[in-house]
Design a binder for this molecule. Sequence first.
Ligand code: KIV
Ligand code: NA
Length: 274
Amino acid sequence: MTLGDLAAKKDAGEPIVMVTAYDHPGAQVAEVAGVDMVLVGDSAAMTVLGYDSTVSVTVDEMIMLTAAVRRGLSAPLLVGDLPFGSYEASDAVAVATAQRFVKEAGCDLVKLERGGTSVDRARAIVAAGIPVVGHVGLTPQTATALGGYRAQGRAADDALAVIDDALALQQAGCTLLVIEAVPAEVTAALVPLLDIPVIGIGAGADADGQVLVFHDLLGIYGGPAAKFVKRYADLRTAAIDGIRQYADEVRDRAYPAAEHTYAMAPGESARLQE
Ligand code: KIV
Ligand code: NA
């Protein structure tokens, strides 16, 4: 996949498929499944690191996870997610962080959240030669300021603010836009106004592509998920079942069986007994 391929898919009306991944086996299954793009989201904070929200994850943690994904990926484009506090303060800080994601983790693009000052940061990163993905609508890094994890743009004024942010990010040179948790009507109004592809998550069927969190779509954790999540597998149940069976077989001495056991070289066992 190249950036040109993404634009071509949008022009041809072919949906772009993106999924998150956070480690080497996750990258490999995404690759074999044939996705177009992989995002190492700062959702890693919750999905793999056990934090309460995305704000806690550090650049070093994200780089470690992203580099592992890079080693498992060849065809799909790799997007790194700039974590909270790693790009907002100045253009220089934003460029330095984005460069780490390229140099140390091999990202093809980096993603940042919000409009406002993030538009300037996006412009600076693009000027430094690194393709940028914008992220508007529900922006989890600043969810507290948005009134929590809830759909954005349900009122027309709020929807226009989301659309303004999206237009400003395109103007700043973003290659792609993620729009999260907005009514389908907002996405339908936005997409014709933009030249760049729009990847939706909880943003209806009118986006140019979709992204979901690996752990959400594969059912890797228990508990409730957001309204927009569809579970395509129940890996948590499968994993618990597998480990329970293993535990039972160890306790019953059914595992290991002969086929899991090494034998000594011929004749050596008899000598050992002597
Ligand atoms: O961190 C993440 O997983 C994301 C996607 C949900 C777009 O930003
Ligand atoms: Na994110």
